[in-house]
Write a protein that binds this ligand. Structure first.
Ligand code: F6R
Length: 242
């Protein structure tokens, strides 16, 4: 696991975007795994800027998102489908048929989750997975205690995750209780992973991640066993490690 410290959110976003752009140039048909949330929004903005300025082409790129809330309509502005369209997909030349998120809108959710795992396999696996990290150490929506062997499935969100994500909803109770998330073993099959973290709220978990042995209590700790993981974190997020 490599750790890269940058000064701030902007630099984190710049570095993460550079990793994505390099891959797109090297492998124009790559499969890229994407995350949502506050952390990668700046990275996506830079990808759009680069697309406009340098015409980096996503024509044959395929994307698979980590997760989607169960039971939200795709059009709902809290769905991850909506987030991805707004923050990235509507602005670059990715083909619609190459964009994938778990379905999760209506049942059968378990079957949709299985199909999504299969889809990732059929695409040949993920070349580069972009991850954020939850304040409790989750990756995707794999909460503490999730077996490392987990595959894509229906997961229950931790109360602390619903609390952390309530900022995007009008009402705290509107935050869905479940999501479909790539499993931990699914994420671990990605050939390369970058994990992004910014801000003081992530400082305790990055401290714990750095210090801990590999344990299911901190899902992100499994990344220590992956051969190609880079953590790109800003000074605030790394503040407790100094
Ligand atoms: C999002 C995801 C989550 C987030 C994490 C951090 O697709 O899978 O693991 O990356 O909850 O969220 P932010 O970036 O909002 O702090």
């Amino acid at each position: 696991m490599r750790w890269i410290e940058v000064d701030n959110y902007e630099q984190m976003s710049e570095q993460a975007a550079a990793v994505v752009i390099n891959l797109v140039k090297e492998k124009p048909e790559a499969v890229i795994g994407l995350a949502t949330g506050g952390t990668p929004a700046g990275t996506y903005k830079r990808l759009i800027d680069d697309y406009k300025q340098n015409t980096t082409s996503y024509e044959n790129i395929k994307t698979v998102n980590l997760d989607e809330y169960v039971g939200l309509e795709k059009e709902s502005d809290q769905s991850y489908t909506y987030y991805m369209d707004k923050h990235l997909f509507d602005h670059i030349n990715l083909k619609r048929e190459n964009i994938h998120l778990p379905k999760a809108e209506t049942p059968p959710y378990e079957q949709d989750a299985k199909d999504y795992e299969q889809l990732i396999e059929d695409l040949g696996g993920v070349d580069l997975q972009v991850l954020g990290i939850g304040e409790n150490g989750h990756i995707g929506f794999n909460e503490p205690g999730t077996p490392f062997s987990s595959k894509t499935g229906v997961v229950e969100l931790d109360p602390s995750t619903r609390e952390a994500n309530a900022r995007y909803f009008e009402n705290k109770d509107d935050v869905p209780t479940h999501a479909i998330s790539m499993g931990i073993s699914t994420i671990m099959k990605s050939r390369k992973i970058i994990l992004l973290a910014s801000g003081a709220k992530k400082a305790p978990i990055l401290y714990n991640l750095f210090k801990t042995d590999v344990t299911e209590d901190i899902p992100a700790s499994i990344l220590k066993e992956h051969p190609d993981v880079t953590i790109i974190a800003d000074s605030e997020a790394l503040a407790l490690l100094k």
